[in-house]
Design a protein around this ligand. Structure first.
Ligand code: SF4
Length: 151
């Protein structure tokens, strides 16, 4: 049986990005031959609309704010919890997530100033998945996934 792999839905061409577009990557879609892909968009699962204003995380408390100054932390937390639920329902051990996103990013994220600058950190969903033992990879780390299969 194929291993279930949680994937940021925008990487599969779903138009769930804040702009109404996506972040399609053909090599990620091609993984469906080897894996059972489970697409998720935490921001939509948290109840936010598409399109929506872009969001970045601020401060130590990691609250989520739109570029217009509206706080959406509650929606971000709900989206993270729903995503974890899906990961657990399907037994996903690995999640392949969009880098730098305030929800899906892992390692670096945008710094809260909406200027394109990045800082060390993780998105709210990536953090919750990580805390629950799910191995997180960014969309540019496919080679690590290949190593995992070949083990
Ligand atoms: Fe993609 Fe994640 Fe942003 Fe949804 S929340 S659009 S899946 S990066």
């Amino acid at each position: 049986e194929k291993q279930a792999l949680l994937v940021s839905a925008c990487l599969l061409g779903i138009n769930c990005k804040y702009s109404g577009g996506n972040n399609f990557k053909e090599e990620i879609l091609n993984l469906k031959g080897k894996y059972h892909l489970i697409p998720v968009c935490p921001e939509q699962l948290g109840g936010l609309t598409t399109p929506r204003n872009p969001v970045e995380l601020r401060g130590e408390e990691r609250s989520a704010w739109t570029s217009c100054g509206v706080e959406v932390t509650t929606a971000f937390i709900k989206g993270a919890e729903e995503t974890l639920k899906l990961a657990q329902l399907f037994g996903c051990k690995v999640a392949l997530l969009k880098e730098n996103s305030p929800s899906c990013g892992f390692g670096t994220i945008y710094d809260g100033s909406f200027s394109g600058q990045k800082k060390e950190g993780m998105g709210i969903t990536a953090e919750l998945l990580h805390q629950n033992g799910i191995f997180i990879l960014g969309e540019n780390q496919l080679s690590v996934l290949e190593e995992q299969i070949n083990e």
